[in-house]
Write a protein that binds this ligand. Structure first.
Ligand code: CA
Length: 226
């Protein structure tokens, strides 16, 4: 999916140049000539980064950024017309991710956009809100804190059953019945081997996280609140 960049700038020539440069680099763009509608726009649209002019006709870009920060962590790159504004951008704790002083080259700004997106997408805060385990059925995938686990067919089917019924204890026989086409051909320990692999793969994503409980002599369950 293309990253979507919102340009908030009242000089049409700058907007045109930026949109052209960003679209050439594969970004999707939106633009607004005023800042007043930006907070509500963020409620209704997915925006991955904002390029924000400080000197807008209706609001001050720095104030707008503070307002945005109350509810959103979307990265912001400021456009400033004067060098003295840079001191305010850097000095104020408004959570700007970068700034560019006019006049600037659109290519330079594209490079900054890419750098900020790389940085913020890897940040733990980006995945902090993701659930510990989540089955994404149409993709045949289970995500662990937002990261897809690379599971084999049987591992996926086993983990899906456990995740969809937290707290419920499943016997090995029951799991085999539901997951394997020919349960009689396999031994109990096949389930054990697959569970062991799943645990290893979850640990690789989140070392402290061990959501599967072994019920000795019976089978397995997912912790009620993993
Ligand atoms: Ca302006």
């Amino acid at each position: 999916m293309k990253a979507r960049i919102l340009i908030v700038e009242d000089e049409p020539a700058i907007v045109d140049n930026l949109e052209y440069a960003l679209q050439t680099e594969g970004f999707a763009t939106m633009s607004r000539a005023t800042g007043g509608g930006v907070p509500s726009l963020l409620e209704s649209e997915r925006i991955d980064l904002i390029i924000l002019d400080i000197g807008l006709p209706d609001v001050n870009g720095l104030e707008l950024c503070k307002t945005i920060r109350q509810h959103h962590s979307v990265p912001v790159i400021f456009l400033t017309a004067r060098a003295e504004e840079v001191d305010r951008v850097v000095g104020l704790e408004i959570g700007a991710d970068d700034y560019v002083v006019k006049p600037f080259s659109p290519r330079e700004l594209c490079a900054r956009v890419k750098a900020v997106l790389r940085r913020t997408r890897c940040a733990p805060s980006a995945t902090a809100s993701a659930p510990p385990l989540e089955v994404v059925d149409h993709k045949h995938c289970v995500r662990c804190f937002g990261q897809p686990l690379e599971l084999s067919r049987y591992e996926y089917a086993l983990l899906k059953i456990l995740v969809e019924h937290p707290g419920q204890v499943f016997s090995r026989e029951h799991l085999m019945d539901r997951v394997w086409d020919d349960p009689l051909a396999s031994m109990d320990r096949t389930v054990d081997a697959h569970i062991k692999n799943i645990r290893k793969k979850i640990k690789a994503v989140q070392p402290e996280f061990d959501p599967i409980v072994t019920h000795r002599g019976i089978g397995y369950a997912l912790k009620e609140n993993p």
